[in-house]
Ligand binder design. Structure first.
Ligand code: ATP
Ligand code: ATP
Ligand code: MG
Ligand code: MG
Ligand code: MG
Ligand code: MG
Length: 261
C-alpha cells in the first residue's frame, strides 16, 4: 500500500529490540496500591484473596503466552515474569512485550476480581511494567532471590507492625517508632513474646511469595483412558502454583528438569 504524504512520521518510531538470546525479565507493579488496598478493605498485613487474585492474573498471562514465560514470582502488588532466551515474540521489541504483558495482566486482574473479592471494584486499577535483560542464569537466580528476600523483609516488618497496631493498640506512628532500628530477631521476639505469634507458622504464601512454574512431569493417566495412545510429548506441562524457597540451589536443580532455555 502506497504511503500518504503523512507517512514519514512513522520514521520517528525508534526500534527497541532486546539483545537476542538473553533472559528477559518483566516486572509489573500496581500503581498506588497502598491507597487501592485501603479503598478496597484489604486485610492487613496480608489479604490472601487479593494475593490469589494476583496469582490468577499471572497464571492467565503465562498460559496466554505459553511457552515463552518459563517462571514467575509474585508478592504484594508485583509480579515478575521470566521469558526464555529463545523467545521471538514481537520480534523481541521491548515496548511491545512490556505493554502486552501489563495489559494482559491488568485485564485478567479486573476480569477475575469478583471471583476473589467481596467488595465491588471502586475504580479501574493499573499496573506499570519494566523489562530488564540478564545475560546468564546466575543473574536470573539472584534476581529471584532478591525478590524473595524482599518478600521476607517486608512481610516480617508488616506482620509485626500490624500486630502492634491491631493487637497492641499502638498508633501507626508509634508502631513505626517501636520498629525503628530493630533486626529480624527483634521482630520475631516481639511477635512471639507479645502476641504469641510464631512467624514460621504463618501461611507460606505470605512468607515466601508465590512461584509459578511449569511441571514437566506428565500427568498420570488412568488405566483404560487411552494411556497407551497418548505420547509423552503430547502431554502438556502443568502450571504449578508454589510457595517454596527459591533461594539456593534446591529449587533450581529440581526445576532444571523443566528447561528454561
Ligand atoms: P507505587 O505506585 O509506587 O508502586 P504503591 O502504593 O503501589 O506505590 P508499593 O511499594 O508497590 O506501593 O506497595 C504496595 C502496597 O500495597 C503495600 O505496601 C501494601 O500496603 C498494599 N498491598 C498490596 N497487596 C496487598 C495485599 N495482598 N494485602 C494487603 N496489602 C496489600
Ligand atoms: P495485531 O495484534 O497485530 O495488532 P490486529 O488483528 O489487532 O493485529 P490491527 O491492524 O491492529 O490488527 O487491526 C485491528 C482490526 O480490528 C481491524 O482491522 C478490524 O478488523 C478490527 N476492528 C477494530 N476495531 C473495530 C471496530 N470498531 N469495528 C469493526 N472492526 C474493528
Ligand atoms: Mg512501584
Ligand atoms: Mg505498587
Ligand atoms: Mg509493589
Ligand atoms: Mg494492532
Amino acid at each position: 500500500m502506497a504511503g500518504s504524504r503523512y507517512a514519514y512520521v512513522r520514521n520517528f518510531e525508534l526500534p527497541d529490540p532486546v539483545l537476542p538470546n538473553t533472559y528477559m525479565l518483566v516486572r509489573i507493579d500496581g500503581k498506588g496500591f497502598h491507597r487501592f488496598s485501603n479503598d478496597h478493605n484489604f486485610t492487613k498485613p496480608n489479604d490472601g484473596k487479593a494475593l490469589e487474585l494476583m496469582n490468577e492474573a499471572a497464571r492467565f498471562v503465562m498460559n496466554d503466552l505459553r511457552p515463552e514465560i518459563t517462571l514467575a514470582f509474585g508478592e504484594s502488588d508485583e509480579y515478575s515474569f521470566l521469558l526464555r532466551p529463545s523467545c521471538t515474540l514481537y520480534k523481541r521489541r521491548s515496548s511491545k512485550l512490556v505493554t502486552h504483558i501489563v495489559s494482559l495482566f491488568t485485564s485478567a486482574y479486573v476480569f477475575n476480581w469478583s471471583k476473589y473479592m467481596d467488595c465491588s471494584l471502586q475504580y479501574p486499577p493499573s499496573f506499570d511494567g519494566r523489562l530488564v535483560i540478564y545475560p546468564s542464569q546466575k543473574e536470573v537466580k539472584d534476581y529471584f532471590a532478591w525478590r524473595q528476600v524482599d518478600t521476607h523483609i517486608n512481610n516480617l516488618y508488616n506482620t509485626t507492625f500490624w500486630a502492634l497496631v491491631l493487637q497492641g493498640n499502638q498508633t501507626e506512628r508509634e508502631a513505626h517508632e517501636t520498629l525503628k532500628g530493630t533486626v529480624s530477631s527483634d521482630k520475631n521476639e516481639i511477635l512471639y513474646n507479645r502476641f504469641q505469634v510464631n512467624y514460621d507458622k504463618l501461611p507460606a504464601m505470605f512468607r515466601k511469595g508465590t512461584t509459578l512454574a511449569w511441571d514437566a512431569r506428565p500427568e498420570k493417566l488412568n488405566e483404560g483412558e487411552g494411556a497407551q495412545e497418548k505420547k509423552p510429548e503430547k502431554v502438556k506441562a502443568r502450571l504449578r502454583t508454589l510457595h517454596v524457597d527459591i533461594i539456593g540451589s534446591h529449587f533450581w536443580s529440581e526445576s532444571s528438569k523443566q528447561k528454561r532455555e
